[in-house]
Design a protein around this ligand. Structure first.
Ligand code: 5GP
Length: 181
């Protein structure tokens, strides 16, 4: 039997990364590592957090058809490598992709059985506060991410499920229930 392909998307600050990491650990779903052209943040490790690629390298891989999906997000390329998805699903493993909304729709088009889960903060005010509290991004980057959040929220209706993340444990449990359905 094929594994399930779960896509988790939502604005930066929606808590999707933390929830996805916890759920992956609990359900023992291996990590799918994306490639990106953005610079590593302090503490991020190449091959663990992302495969950090030069733009030219990323574009060559697009041409070679190495990506299952990719998109330009906040001015940088992000993409899921084919090898992170196809062989795993075919061998019966579940895969969780934490990717942006453009990527989510590409996945849905490729695989109609993919389960799309949209994460959001309870309000824009709370989202803004969370992004400020993270202290990982500059003011300009935060502004850009908030503007993008508004656009991303328009994609919620294309998703199969929404998780409003006002409590991490509750959000994780909701995601687990969706996966186990
Ligand atoms: P960050 O720079 O904060 O790590 O990620 C920024 C955005 O890129 C997030 O919305 C994240 O979900 C998205 N992202 C990460 N990896 C991928 C990927 O492989 N494909 C797509 N389409 N988006 C990704």
């Amino acid at each position: 039997m094929k594994g399930k392909l779960i896509v988790v998307s939502g604005p930066s600050g929606s808590g999707k990364s933390t929830a996805t990491r916890l759920v992956r650990d609990r359900l023992q779903i291996p990590l799918s590592i994306s490639a990106t052209t953005r610079l590593p943040r302090t503490g991020e490790i190449d091959g663990k957090d992302y495969f950090f690629l030069e733009k030219e390298d990323f574009e060559n891989r697009i041409t070679n058809g190495e990506f299952y999906e990719y998109a330009l997000v906040h001015g940088n390329y992000y993409g899921t490598l084919r090898e992170e998805v196809e062989s795993r699903i075919n061998s019966g493993q579940n895969v969780i992709l934490e990717i942006d909304v453009q990527g989510g729709l590409i996945v849905k088009e490729k695989n109609s059985e993919a389960i799309l889960v949209f994460f959001k903060a309870p309000s824009m005010e709370i989202l803004a506060k969370r992004l400020g509290d993270r202290k990982t991004d500059s003011k300009e980057v935060i502004k850009l991410r908030l503007a993008n959040a508004k656009k991303e929220l328009e994609y919620e209706k294309e998703y199969d499920y929404t998780v409003v993340n006002d409590n991490l444990e509750k959000a994780c449990q909701e995601l687990i229930n969706i996966i186990n359905k």
